[in-house]
Design a protein around this ligand. Structure first.
Ligand SMILES: Cc1cc2nc3c(=O)[nH]c(=O)nc-3n(C[C@H](O)[C@H](O)[C@H](O)COP(=O)(O)OP(=O)(O)OC[C@H]3O[C@@H](n4cnc5c(N)ncnc54)[C@H](O)[C@@H]3O)c2cc1C
Length: 529
C-alpha cells in the first residue's frame, strides 16, 4: 500500500480552511482540549489530532473526506468514542478526527417493510426511543453503552448485548449501508445498490454489507445504516440463577442458548457480582446509582429495583460461584410460561433461583449511563473473546490459572479482574474479563463520569506502572484467548487481526483496502492495515 509521508502543518491548515468552506466553520474545531479528548479512549491516548470535524450531511461528509485525503491527511472516524481498543486513536501527527455524531437523523421508519434507515452517528438509545411508539425495535437494539455509542460504531466494530442471545450481534441486524470511501465516493450495499431500489434486503449476490461490518472504519465510513425491525414483545420477565461452579453455569448457558428462548443471557463470576451488589452498603449503593443513573429516563424504577437488589443481594451473593441472568420475552402469558419452562429445563437441577432484580434493572433502564471507570477509584481495561461453547471451560480454567500465576503482582497493584459472560445466538460464548487498577482520571474520563466517582480517583497518584501492567496482561490474555480458538469483535488497533490468518485472507483484505483507500488514509493502523 502506498502510505503517504506525514503532511506538514501548513498543508493541514489549508485543507481545514477548505473543509470549513464545505461543512461550515463551526464544524471544524481545533481547540486543544477538544483535540486531546478526541485522541483518547477509555484506556489509551494517541498522538493529538490537528482538528475535529463534524459534518451534518452525507454530501458534506463525502466532500470533507475527499478534501482531507486529497491533501494526504489521515482521517480517524469516531462515533460515541466508547471503545477501548485504540480503535479511533490517531497513529501519527496531523491526523483529523471525524466526529460522526452530527449525522444523527433517522431517515425512514418503514413498519410495513420492517426496516429503519438511520444516519450512522445516531445513538442506539435515540433510535430505540424513536422506534418504541411504532411498536417495533431493531433486531439487535444496542450495546449497554447505547446512550453514547452510535449505530456506525456498532457496525464498524461489532457490538453485542440487547437482543444478542436471541438474534446475535449488531452486524446480523443490518440490511445495507451507505458507505463513503477514502476518495469521497458514496455507494450503497444490499438491495439499495441498484438505483431506486428499497434497502429492504441484504443479500443480492456477494454480501458487500458484511465486508464493511467489523472493519474498524479501515475500509469505509458508514454514512447511513438500514436495520431489520421486529415487533416489540408485550411481556418481559427476568430469571436469575446461582451456580456452584463456572462449569455448571456455562453448561446451563449453553443449554439456554440452544433453546433460543432468551433475549439476553448474562453470566457473572462471583468477583463480578460482588462488585455489583456487595459494595459499601445500601446508602453508598444508592448514592452511586443516583450519580450513575440520574440522566436515565428510567431512573426511579432503576432505583427501586436497586434498593431491592441491595437488600436482597448480600446473602445470596455469597452462596454461589457464578450467576446467570436472563431476560425472556413473549406476547402472552402462555407463551412466556412455555419459554420459562424451556429455560428451566435447560438449567436443570444445577442452578438455584435467586432474586431476578438484575435483569429487571437492565430491562427497566437498558441505556443507563454506565461509567467509564470502576466504582472504587479505579480505571479499567475490558477485554473480550468469543469462543465455541465446547472451549469455554478450558479457556476459563486457563485464564484463572494465569490470574493465579500473577496474583502477587496483581495484589501489589490492587488490580481486580471480574469477568462477565454472555451468549450470542445459539453458537457463541462471549467472555469478558475486565482489569481494574487504581489510577487518575484523564480527559476522557473527566468528560464522561459523574464527579461523585471522579473525586476519589483524583486522590490517586498517576499510575503509569498500572497501565503498563494492564497492557502486559492484555497481551498475555489475548494469547490465551487465541490458544482456545477465540475470536474478537471490536478489533480496533489492539487485537492482532492479521495474526495467524491464511495467506488468502490477508491478501484479500489488503487488496480490498488498497481498492477503497489506496493511500492508507482511512483510520490507518485499524485491523493492522
Ligand atoms: C461503559 C461501557 C459499556 C459498554 N457496553 C458494551 C456492550 O454492552 N456491548 C458491546 O458490544 N460493547 C460495549 N461497550 C463497548 C463500546 O461502547 C461498543 O462496542 C460501541 O458499539 C462503540 O460504539 P461507538 O459509537 O462509541 O464507537 P467508537 O468508539 O466511536 O468507534 C469504534 C470503531 O468504529 C469506528 N467508527 C465509528 N463510527 C464509524 C462510522 N460511522 N464509519 C466508520 N467507522 C466508524 C471507529 O473508527 C472505531 O474503529 C461498552 C463500553 C463502555 C465504556
Amino acid at each position: 500500500m502506498n502510505v503517504s509521508t506525514p503532511v506538514t502543518s501548513e498543508v493541514v491548515s489549508q485543507a481545514l480552511e477548505a473543509t470549513r468552506a464545505i461543512i461550515g466553520a463551526d464544524a471544524v474545531v481545533t481547540d486543544g482540549e477538544t483535540c486531546a479528548y478526541h485522541s483518547q479512549d477509555v484506556f489509551a491516548t494517541g498522538p493529538t489530532v490537528a482538528a475535529v470535524i463534524s459534518p451534518t450531511t452525507v454530501d458534506g461528509l463525502a466532500k470533507a473526506i475527499k478534501t482531507l485525503t486529497d491533501a494526504g491527511i489521515a482521517v480517524f472516524p469516531r462515533g460515541g468514542g466508547y471503545s477501548y481498543t485504540d480503535a479511533y486513536l490517531p497513529t501519527g501527527p496531523n491526523g483529523v478526527s471525524l466526529d460522526m455524531t452530527g449525522l444523527n437523523e433517522i431517515t425512514e421508519i418503514n413498519v410495513g417493510d420492517m426496516f429503519v434507515t438511520v444516519q450512522a452517528g445516531c445513538t442506539w438509545e435515540a433510535l430505540d426511543n424513536a422506534l418504541a411508539p411504532h411498536g417495533v425495535r431493531a433486531e439487535f437494539w444496542g450495546p449497554l453503552s447505547g446512550f453514547k455509542a452510535t449505530i456506525g460504531g456498532g457496525m464498524s466494530q461489532g457490538a453485542a448485548s440487547l437482543g444478542s442471545s436471541k438474534d446475535g450481534i449488531s452486524a446480523e441486524a443490518v440490511l445495507g449501508m451507505e458507505i463513503v470511501t477514502a476518495d469521497g465516493t458514496v455507494f450503497a450495499t444490499g438491495s439499495a445498490a441498484q438505483k431506486g431500489k428499497s434497502p429492504f434486503f441484504r443479500n443480492y449476490g456477494p454480501d458487500l454489507t458484511g465486508l464493511f461490518c467489523g472493519d474498524a472504519g479501515a475500509l469505509g465510513i458508514k454514512a447511513t445504516v438500514t436495520l431489520r425491525l421486529q415487533r416489540r414483545a408485550k411481556l418481559t420477565q427476568g430469571l436469575s440463577f446461582g451456580f456452584d461452579s463456572f462449569e455448571a453455569a456455562q453448561k446451563a448457558m449453553a443449554g439456554i442458548a440452544a433453546s433460543n428462548r432468551a433475549t439476553e443471557v448474562f453470566g457473572f463470576t462471583r468477583r463480578a457480582m460482588e462488585g455489583v451488589v456487595a459494595s459499601k452498603g445500601l446508602w453508598e449503593d444508592l448514592k452511586i446509582m443516583f450519580a450513575v443513573g440520574r440522566a436515565s429516563g428510567g431512573l426511579l424504577s432503576g432505583l427501586l429495583q436497586l434498593v431491592k437488589m441491595a437488600i436482597a443481594g448480600r446473602s445470596w451473593a455469597r452462596k454461589a460461584e457464578c450467576f446467570v441472568h436472563c431476560a425472556v420475552e413473549a406476547d402472552n402469558r402462555t407463551e412466556l410460561k412455555g419459554h420459562i419452562q424451556t429455560i428451566r429445563d435447560a438449567v436443570g437441577g444445577a442452578g438455584r433461583d435467586i432474586p431476578n432484580t438484575m435483569p429487571a434493572v437492565m430491562r427497566a433502564t437498558p441505556f443507563m449511563p454506565y461509567p467509564v471507570v470502576g466504582m472504587d477509584a479505579k480505571r479499567m481495561l475490558p477485554l473480550h473473546t468469543i469462543v465455541p461453547f465446547s472451549k469455554a471451560v478450558a479457556f476459563h480454567t486457563a485464564l484463572e490459572d494465569y490470574f493465579a500465576k500473577r496474583k502477587v503482582e496483581m495484589d501489589a497493584m490492587r488490580m481486580t479482574t471480574p469477568s462477565i459472560f454472555g451468549t450470542l445466538s445459539t453458537n457463541g460464548f462471549l467472555y469478558e474479563p475486565v482489569l481494574y487498577w487504581p489510577d487518575q482520571p484523564d480527559v476522557f474520563h473527566d468528560r464522561n463520569t459523574p464527579e461523585e466517582l471522579l473525586a476519589p480517583m483524583r486522590k490517586n497518584a498517576p499510575n503509569e506502572k498500572g497501565r503498563a501492567f494492564a497492557k502486559e496482561m492484555f497481551e498475555d490474555m489475548v494469547t490465551i484467548m487465541h490458544e482456545h480458538g477465540g475470536v474478537h469483535l471490536q478489533i480496533g488497533k489492539a487485537y492482532p487481526y492479521l495474526r495467524d490468518r491464511s495467506d488468502m485472507t490477508v491478501s484479500l483484505v489488503k487488496q480490498v483496502k488498497a481498492h477503497v483507500d489506496p493511500h492508507g488514509l482511512l483510520n490507518p493502523g485499524a485491523l493492522g492495515l
